[in-house]
Write a protein that binds this ligand. Structure first.
Ligand SMILES: C[S@@+](CC[C@H](N)C(=O)[O-])C[C@H]1O[C@@H](n2cnc3c(N)ncnc32)[C@H](O)[C@@H]1O
Length: 232
């Protein structure tokens, strides 16, 4: 690839070499550079998401419940449809989502069962693109490192008597399943994304022996990498 020199940046580099900048101008330059870096990183991220959407690995979900509510979901369209079918069928009272990212799947889950209390966890809150007013008053976005330790509040939530769905889609899903699925009660649902991709069945077998698969053939036939189980 031929490298093209930008005349403006060449002039800046020449001035830098000559020591032509005052401390104040250098500080201004530094903050401009940081802004440009942040914008470039956002555009790279948008580009990656667009590629996923075009390849059918992500979905632009449009809510039928709230006018104008839409968000990118890191799941294929078939997964989104099947996940909503499962949630509508079981109607959990409490939904706990691990891995909010933009909040697209949070919207999908909430639309399928708006009366459920929903807690969505993520390490970062700066990815969040959904608007809080698209959700009911019982939806909570929590910033927390799920893998550092099991917080008392989260343990309490997952052990509570409510009929629950725990959906695992964060940075290390195998660890997440091993750490949190054993807290679920009989009748609770466990959902896992990237099954057989990032989550190797043999690594979570010790926990899943207490769970029964839910509609696995349907998800497999739709080439979805989501799977659900119900605790026996
Ligand atoms: C694949 S994205 C979630 C996508 C989302 N479920 C969807 O379908 O649109 C994974 C998310 O997990 C979060 N994550 C990674 N490690 C985490 C941790 N240790 N604790 C909490 N969240 C974490 C990342 O910040 C990222 O937003």
């Amino acid at each position: 690839m031929t490298e093209v020199a930008c005349p403006r940046s060449t002039a800046v580099v020449d001035n830098l070499k000559r020591g032509a900048y005052s401390a104040e101008s250098l500080e201004k330059l530094r903050s401009k550079l940081e802004g440009a870096r942040a914008r470039a990183s956002r555009w790279r991220q948008h580009g990656r998401e667009l590629q996923k959407l075009l390849a059918g690995r992500a979905t632009l979900y449009v809510s039928p419940r709230v006018k104008g509510a839409r968000a990118c979901v890191n799941h294929c369209p078939e997964s989104v449809r099947l996940i909503q079918d499962v949630v509508r069928f079981f109607r959990p009272h409490l939904i706990v989502e691990f891995g909010t990212k933009y909040g697209g799947l949070t919207l999908v889950l909430h639309d399928a069962c708006p009366e459920a209390t929903l807690y969505s966890y993520d390490l970062h809150k700066e990815y969040l693109l959904v608007r809080l007013e698209w959700f009911g008053p019982s939806v909570y976005f929590v910033t927390q490192d799920l893998l550092a330790h099991r917080s008392r509040e989260l343990k309490h939530l997952l052990c509570s008597a409510a009929c629950k769905l725990l959906y695992c889609d964060n940075g290390d899903k195998e660890r997440e399943v091993l750490m949190y699925a054993p807290l679920l009660n009989s009748g609770d649902l466990l959902g896992v994304h990237d099954w057989e991709r990032e989550v190797r069945p043999e690594k979570v077998q010790s926990v899943l022996v207490d769970f029964d698969p839910v509609d696995h053939q349907l998800f497999a036939a739709a080439r979805s990498s989501t799977r659900f189980w119900r605790r026996r």
